[in-house]
Design a protein around this ligand. Structure first.
Ligand code: COA
Length: 154
């Protein structure tokens, strides 16, 4: 990836399914199926944001909207291994937050594995606060931690 070439965030579309599946293969633990991804890409209750490089999706974030809730749930954030450490996750999350604010949400929440140091550091860096430990939350018995970011009211 060229450092001089800024990559932009766009909404995910149906043609991104295969790229998204390939990205998901890098995800530690539970993964999404092709069917779930197809559904999410067209569901009014999901916001899928991607960053593509030369037409290939290299980073993605999925936020779920819950009926009757003022908080969106970050369902997935993943960056291709060769593109990590370049601020793409930060860029996606900031974009997703702006979108959530535009929908009048009060904040975002998510769960992450306790052993996912990169993700926990990323979210802490972005102002997310760990609110709860979720014992044996993942399929392999790993604990999870719930995080939340409240948007500032201004
Ligand atoms: C976690 C993940 C999304 C980070 O993506 P990324 O694009 O490399 O992250 P960024 O470059 O935007 O990093 C932003 C901040 O996150 C933190 N961070 C990112 N990777 C880190 C690592 N390996 N170790 C420690 N902190 C890390 C840092 O605070 C970093 O800020 P800095 O660059 O100023 O130090 C990526 O490693 C990934 O796809 N992992 C596999 C999937 C996953 O675990 N998703 C999260 C679960 S919800």
């Amino acid at each position: 990836m060229s450092a001089s070439q800024p990559l932009r965030v766009r909404a995910g579309r149906s043609g991104d399914v295969e790229d998204l599946l390939a990205l998901e293969a890098n995800f530690p633990g539970d993964r999404m199926s092709r069917r779930s991804l197809r559904h999410l890409l067209s569901a009014p209750t999901a916001r899928v944001w991607v960053i593509a490089q030369q037409r290939q999706v290299v980073a993605a974030a999925i936020v779920l909207l819950r009926r009757g809730s003022y908080y969106g749930r970050i369902y997935s954030v993943v960056v291709a291994p060769q593109c990590r450490g370049r601020g793409l996750a930060r860029q996606l999350l900031r974009y997703a937050e702006r979108d959530a604010r535009s929908l009048k949400l009060r904040g975002l929440s998510l769960e992450v594995r306790v052993d996912n140091t990169a993700a926990r550091t990323l979210y802490r860096d972005l102002g997310y606060v760990e609110t709860q430990v979720l014992e044996h939350y993942y399929e392999d018995g790993c604990d999870g931690v719930r995080l939340r970011r409240e948007f500032a009211t201004d």
